[in-house]
Ligand binder design. Structure first.
Ligand SMILES: Cc1ncc(COP(=O)(O)O)c(C=O)c1O
Length: 398
């Protein structure tokens, strides 16, 4: 496969991609157009929560496509109402605004917090975010992110996002001023390499924000919709944020995100927020199919159990090969490779027909389908074990 058979040059070159074209997916597996099969432990970066092309989503999309694609966001449609009700019934939030991506949901959260500041806190607008955070690729969400590589890009940044350190409450306290309106964080920093906030830190943050009259915003774009073993990660800490954003898993593979807020924080007025495709019935029908499966307590129990199984298998393998800790929760885990070998392992795994991800040079990230089978976990572990044995042997020879 090469440029002669595929017009790769017709797409903007925004990232390094292998010259392979994927044509079909089913559950934990993908196939390229040469017929090669890949075991997928990336799942579109934690997107395909029910695996590739699950019948429930395919059927929901087909049925909705025949019924109504979009009446315009100026009117109500049934799937968006049903999905909003399902999300509010299963969370501590009262209202939902649907978006087309995670970044757009976070943009909405930033606007909502600033709106709240204008209404209730003399125009306070600063949102404390965290070093290492990743909130998206729009200008405001890049500014809110604490990703080093973003720092020199697209200056000037959107102002108003002072950075604290995860799991360090005093670093948050130091940044609070009369300009502050909110604190925003991912309960597990996924793109940074799967660094979890402790439950105690999340509880302390809730207390601190309450005492100071600030909003607490959870970016659950990666951790939400069952990924951590609970429907929403905030449940682990036993707290209730004021605002939450969802993306990735909520669409199960289609572009859908959501901004959720409690009644008190839900303060948009007409004209503040909107968009042509927001809450369109087609995407919301997929979201509803996802919620119908993932919100089932038995499904969530199996995610937690499979997460523990994957974690223990990774720990055993790490011990065998002298690697580092396993971090994360549920089916969002990372293995510390101790040395900058993660990229080379991902490249070799790709050759061997296994899709893995290296968010950092020394970390491998695992985010399989939430309904991944034990034998698929075992197959991935065997493949990784074999790569580590081969590369370990190669290192010894060299
Ligand atoms: C925690 C978090 N927030 C926001 C985003 C951005 O979402 P999207 O790529 O859908 O805009 C991501 C994507 O990786 C994410 O992991």
């Amino acid at each position: 496969m090469n440029i002669a058979t595929h017009p790769f040059d017709a797409l903007m070159d925004i990232t390094a991609r292998p010259p392979v074209v994927f044509v079909r997916g089913e559950g934990s597996f993908l196939w390229d157009d040469s017929g090669k099969r890949y075991l997928d432990f990336m799942q579109g970066w934690a997107v395909n929560c029910l695996g590739h092309s699950p019948p429930a989503i395919a059927d929901a999309l087909a049925a909705q496509a025949k019924l109504l694609l979009t009446p315009s966001p100026a009117f109500y449609n049934a799937p968006s109402l049903k999905l909003a009700k399902a999300l509010t019934d299963h969370s501590c939030f009262d209202q939902v605004f649907f978006t087309n991506s995670g970044a757009e949901a976070n943009e909405g959260a930033i606007k909502l917090a600033r709106r709240y500041g204008a209404l209730h806190r003399n125009g306070a607008y600063e949102i404390i975010t965290f070093d290492g955070a990743f909130h998206g690729r729009t200008l405001a969400t890049m500014s809110a992110s604490g990703k080093k590589a973003f720092e020199p890009l697209f200056e000037p940044k959107v102002p108003g996002f002072p950075k604290a350190q995860l799991n360090d409450l005093s670093s948050v306290k130091r940044l609070i001023s009369d300009k502050t309106i909110a604190v925003m964080l991912e309960p597990i920093q996924g793109e940074a390499g799967v660094w979890p906030a402790t439950d105690q830190f999340l509880r302390d943050l809730r207390e601190l924000t309450k005492v100071n009259g600030l909003l607490l915003i959870f970016d659950e774009i990666q951790t939400g919709i069952g990924r951590s073993g609970k429907l929403f990660h905030y449940e682990h800490a036993g707290i209730e944020p004021d605002i939450m954003t969802l993306g990735k898993g909520i669409g199960g593979g289609v572009p859908l995100g959501a901004l959720l807020a409690t009644q008190a924080a839900s303060c948009f007025e007409h004209g503040d927020q909107g968009g042509t495709f927001n809450g369109n019935p087609l995407m919301c029908a997929a979201g509803l199919a996802v919620m119908q499966q993932v919100a089932d307590p038995d499904f969530l129990k199996s995610v937690a159990e499979n997460g523990l199984y994957l974690e223990s298998e990774l720990q055993r393998m790490s011990a065998r090969h002298g690697l580092g800790e396993v971090r994360g929760r549920g089916l969002l885990l990372a293995l510390d490779t101790k040395h900058p070998i993660a990229g080379a392992i991902v490249a070799q795994a790709f050759e061997d027909g296994v899709l893995l991800n290296a968010p950092r040079p020394d970390a491998l990230r695992f985010m399989p389908a939430l309904n991944v089978r034990r034998e698929e976990i075992a197959e991935m572990i065997d493949a990784l074990d074999s790569i580590l044995t081969r590369t370990g042997a190669a290192r010894r020879v060299a």
